[in-house]
Write a protein that binds this ligand. Sequence first.
Ligand code: ZN
Length: 128
Amino acid sequence: MATEQMTFERFQATGKVCEDLGAELCDSSFDEYGKARGRLYLDCLWIQERPTNGWLNGAEGRWFLLIGREDWLSDDLESLERKLYEFAIDEDYIAAGDSAHCQHRDSGRGVCVDCGEFLPSADGEYWA
Ligand SMILES: [Zn+2]
């Protein structure tokens, strides 16, 4: 199966509003929120939006991302989208985008935030 190459911008552009993540993903773990609203990427990866009545634990952030056993709650949607993009590459949902013309910005985790390419530590050796 060919894995589609995708830059962060293209990945971000697959995002769309979903009014009922539980139904869309056939995942009953959303049921405690009734209809869990959020955003879907690649039709299968999701970021949940704070329900009208707030999160069950009263937390403040607008967007919720869960990957494995890590989760984040933030008002900064793009920062969560970048984590999800890295996850999508790690898990072979997509391949990193064309990096030939990328200036590469390290995410802090050794991955370019723009094209998704893995980067060596920022000691300059990459460019030598
Ligand atoms: Zn890059």
